[in-house]
Write a protein that binds this ligand. Structure first.
Ligand SMILES: C[S@@+](CC[C@H](N)C(=O)[O-])C[C@H]1O[C@@H](n2cnc3c(N)ncnc32)[C@H](O)[C@@H]1O
Length: 227
C-alpha cells in the first residue's frame, strides 16, 4: 500500500495577506543558510512577543497536532514548521477559523531552522510520522538525525520532551542507534510518557497508519536536568 502524496495534492488557495502576516513566516532555504541572522529567533519573545512556554512541531503538514494543542492550552505558544507551503496554507486557514492567537507556522527546512532556536527555548518538540528513509542517498534528508538530537539537547528546557512517533521500525531503530551520542536526552519508559495522544491529538498520518493496522513506534526523550 502506497504512502500517498497527500500534502502535495491538497487543493488549497494561498491565504490572504492579513492571515499570512498573522500566522505564516516564510524562511527561504538559501537565505536562511547564508544569512541566518536576518531571521527572528525561534522563541516565544522572537515570534510571539511574550515569554510563554513554546512547543515546536517539526514537519507539521496541515498543523493537526499544533492546532489541537493550541486549542487545549491557550497559555502555551506553538510553532509548526514544514518545508512544503500548501499544507501550511490549510493550517493557517484553520488557525484563523479557530481564532487562535498562540500558534504560528513556518515554511522552512527544519534542519536549517534549528540554528535560530536559542538555548532552552523549547518546552517540547514533536517529530511525528516523518518521511521514512526510502533510499540511501536520502539519508541526509532525514528529520531523525544526529543533528536533531544535538540540537534538542541544546534547545529543550531541562525536563523538556522530544516526542517521536513513526510507523517505520527502521526509523525508530535509527533513533535508538543515534541516542547514545546524545547523553543529555533520556529515553523514558511508556509508563512515564508525558504526551498523552488522545483521539483529539491524532494527526492525519497517525489516523491513516492506525486505520491500516500499521504498528506505531513511539519514543519520548526527556532533556536531562542541568548538573
Ligand atoms: C508524513 S508527513 C507527517 C505530518 C505530520 N507530522 C503528521 O503526523 O501527520 C511529513 C511532513 O514532514 C515534512 N518535511 C519533510 N522534510 C522536512 C524538512 N526538512 N523540514 C520541514 N518539514 C519537512 C513534509 O513536508 C511533510 O509534511
Amino acid at each position: 500500500m502506497g504512502r500517498g502524496r497527500y500534502p502535495a495534492r491538497l487543493k488549497v488557495a494561498p491565504p490572504p495577506p492579513e492571515l499570512v502576516a498573522r500566522y505564516l513566516h516564510l524562511w527561504p532555504g538559501r537565505e536562511l543558510y547564508l544569512h541566518p541572522e536576518r531571521f527572528p529567533l525561534l522563541s516565544s519573545p522572537g515570534l510571539f512577543g511574550d515569554t510563554r512556554p513554546l512547543e515546536l512541531d517539526i514537519g507539521c503538514a496541515t498543523g493537526d497536532l499544533v492546532l489541537a494543542l493550541a486549542r487545549l492550552h491557550p497559555t502555551v505558544n506553538y510553532v509548526g514548521v514544514d518545508v512544503v507551503g500548501k499544507p501550511l496554507w490549510r493550517a493557517v486557514e484553520r488557525a484563523a477559523a479557530a481564532g487562535l492567537a498562540n500558534v504560528r507556522f513556518l515554511q522552512a527546512d527544519a534542519r536549517l531552522v534549528y540554528r535560530r532556536i536559542p538555548d532552552r527555548a523549547l518546552r517540547a518538540a514533536y517529530v511525528h510520522f516523518p518521511a521514512p528513509l526510502l533510499r540511501n542517498r536520502q539519508r541526509n534528508q532525514l528529520l531523525i538525525s544526529a543533528d536533531l538530537l544535538v540540537q534538542m539537547q541544546r534547545c529543550l528546557v531541562p525536563g523538556g520532551v522530544l516526542s517521536v512517533m513513526t510507523d517505520h521500525e527502521a526509523l525508530y531503530g535509527e533513533l535508538m542507534r543515534l541516542l547514545p551520542a546524545a547523553p543529555g536526552l533520556r529515553l523514558v519508559s511508556p509508563a512515564a510518557w508525558s504526551v498523552t495522544i488522545s483521539e483529539l491529538l491524532k494527526s492525519h498520518y497517525h489516523r491513516r497508519w492506525e486505520a491500516r493496522g500499521r504498528q506505531i513506534w513511539r519514543a519520548e526523550l526527556v532533556r536531562a536536568s542541568e548538573p
